[in-house]
Design a binder for this molecule. Structure first.
Ligand code: NAP
Length: 246
């Protein structure tokens, strides 16, 4: 078996792929041969730049603005991918928000928004792509969780809950879909050099035994590994520079 997946003729949808981890995942999927739908919420220019880079590799790519916490927007997005590329074979649920809130600052609106964007979106996107994956008896779903699913981290309890819930969805879907040829797994990074971590970067680096933050490309490499391994079912792959040991 080749060490890297050959994804030629596969269509991937990466949510939140205009920047950060999603962008790196989209580019690495294209390098592996996939055509890629690049979802974003607001930053259309950045998403179109990712699309241009993928097209320069000789793959097909489209940018799609959609709020992944909105069921109608998700349904339109998945239909647009099918129309303009082909039905989704590989789904990477990456879009997420990290509102930094203390226990006392956290509002009901913050909680609801975080759960909708980080957790409900995984349910909405997964349900929307299942039909095609089941019909062809092949599919790959990778959810971008976080070390905050297990530890406290620096964002807040709402973020902990959203990522722990995501790993529950991962295991639940994995067990129920393995017979359909669909694998569902999670990749859980901690402290990756992206916009999301920029505000507290220097404080965070001091906590990492490896001595630096991770890169979006290192996370993307784990996503590609998971996609390439049909025997991995319902697992969470952690990448954290050793932070689980402190
Ligand atoms: P980022 O740089 O802030 O990028 C977030 C991406 O998600 C952007 O593409 C953004 O689109 C998109 N997005 C946000 N809300 C959305 C919505 N409602 N609908 C559609 N797209 C939406 O974040 P990142 O650091 O790459 O994080 C990506 C994922 O990794 C998140 O799930 C995050 O929780 C997880 N994670 C990150 C770290 C880390 O250290 N960076 C650690 C653990 C887990 P726009 O550009 O259009 O705003």
């Amino acid at each position: 078996m080749p060490l890297t997946a050959d994804l030629a003729h596969r269509v991937a949808l990466v949510t939140g792929a205009s920047r950060g981890i999603g962008r790196a995942v989209a580019l690495m999927l294209a390098e592996a041969g996939a055509d890629v739908a690049v979802n974003y919420r607001e930053r259309a220019a950045e998403a179109h730049e990712v699309v241009a880079t993928i097209r320069a590799m000789g793959r097909r790519a489209i940018a799609i603005g959609a709020d992944v916490s909105d069921a109608a927007a998700v349904a339109s997005m998945v239909a647009a991918v099918a129309d303009q590329l082909a039905p989704v074979d590989i789904l990477v649920n990456n879009a997420g928000i990290a509102l930094i809130r203390s226990v006392d600052e956290l509002t009901e609106a913050d909680f609801d928004t975080t759960l909708a964007v980080n957790l409900k979106s995984v349910f909405l996107c997964t349900q929307a792509v299942l039909g095609h994956m089941r019909a062809q008896h092949w599919g790959r779903i990778v959810n971008i969780s976080s070390g905050a699913a297990r530890g406290a981290g620096g964002i807040g309890v709402h973020y902990n809950a959203s990522k722990a819930g995501m790993e529950g969805l991962t295991r639940g879907y994995a067990a129920r879909l393995v017979g359909d040829g669909i694998t569902v797994n999670a990749v859980a990074p901690s402290l990756i050099e992206t916009d999301m971590m920029a505000a507290r970067r220097d404080e965070y680096v001091k906590r990492i035994p490896l001595g630096r933050m991770g890169t979006a490309e290192e996370v993307a490499q784990a996503v590609l590994m998971v996609i390439g391994n049909p025997y991995m079912i319902g697992q969470t792959v952690q990448l954290n520079g050793g932070t689980q040991f402190i």
